[in-house]
Design a protein around this ligand. Structure first.
Ligand code: HEM
Length: 253
């Protein structure tokens, strides 16, 4: 846990350092950022980083509870690389858990916390599929719809982590699935291009780390008579309309 915390802390400090060095681009206004501006950027940064990650975590755990065979497979995979007496799944072993990575990617595809990115503007008139987008026009991207496109994804509304293991929709890409969209865009839960989420690496690390440890330490079961409901509700992010309820039993003796 400490190692992951430290990575988060280093990341935030590096971001604040960047802000302190930042010069506003307007020649007339060239100056360092004020204290208020830094506070507001830090607050934006913390908001952008916490609600998104915790929402994604809840959606992923909801599917882990709804589909016990996915949870069993995850547990078996972790058991293959972590000693039974070991209390934590350490950050260093996460790269040996491809099924865990597939579960996280499937969670971000099926339940992206943001169904849109932040508003963008075009810098010149653009014609897209016969439609003119005028200079300075605001545009956005339907992130969720991209991940649910039946022309790209087979049985898109099903939660099937296997599709990221090669041979499926993602066809065994050797370098792993391209979440940044630099090779091609099949889904973009973090956006794409110059304004892509700067916290995506940290977010995926957190999700892998938390899901691995939650499954390693506890057996998660649905509350009797309560089928996990995957209905959505729009808040700051798209959250579970009926938040996840589960019975947890410690696995470690
Ligand atoms: C699962 C977790 C997360 C998701 C799904 C997510 C998603 C996104 C998306 C879609 C954008 C907008 C990209 C665009 O407009 O093209 C964004 C921007 C941003 N995210 Fe994340 N994010 C997550 C976690 C984080 C974390 C952990 C941090 C920081 C620690 C963070 C910091 C930011 C910041 C500062 C921006 C604004 C970037 C800019 O405007 O240039 N995000 N994020």
């Amino acid at each position: 846990m400490k190692a992951v915390d430290r990575r988060g802390e280093e990341f935030v400090l590096a971001y604040v350092d960047t802000l302190l060095d930042l010069q506003l681009p307007d020649e007339k206004e060239k100056r360092k950022l004020s204290e208020d501006e830094i506070v507001s950027l830090c607050s934006e940064f913390l908001n952008a980083g916490t609600d998104t990650t915790s929402t994604a975590l809840q959606w992923i755990m909801a599917n882990v509870v709804k589909y016990p065979q996915i949870q069993d497979k995850l547990f078996e995979e972790i058991k293959g690389v972590v000693k039974e007496t070991e209390e934590d799944v350490k950050e260093e072993v996460l790269h040996k858990l491809p099924y865990l990575k597939a579960v996280i990617l499937e969670g971000l595809r099926r339940h992206p916390p943001g169904h849109f990115v932040l508003p963008h503007a075009v810098t010149q008139d653009v014609v897209l599929n016969g439609h003119v987008v005028p200079k300075n026009g605001t545009i956005n991207f339907m992130v969720a719809e991209m991940g649910w496109d039946p022309e790209v994804w087979e049985d898109p509304m099903a939660f099937k982590p296997e599709r990221f293991l090669g041979g499926g929709d993602c066809g065994g890409e050797e370098e792993g699935f391209d979440l940044t969209g630099s090779r091609e865009i099949k889904m973009m839960p973090f956006g794409a291009g110059r304004r892509i989420c700067p916290g995506s690496g940290l977010a995926v690390l957190h999700l892998e780390y938390f899901v691995a440890n939650l499954v390693w330490k506890f057996e998660w079961r649905a509350v009797e008579g309560d089928d996990v409901d995957l209905s959505e509700k729009q808040e700051f992010t798209v959250v579970m309309k009926n938040p996840l309820q589960a019975h947890l039993s410690p696995r470690l003796k």
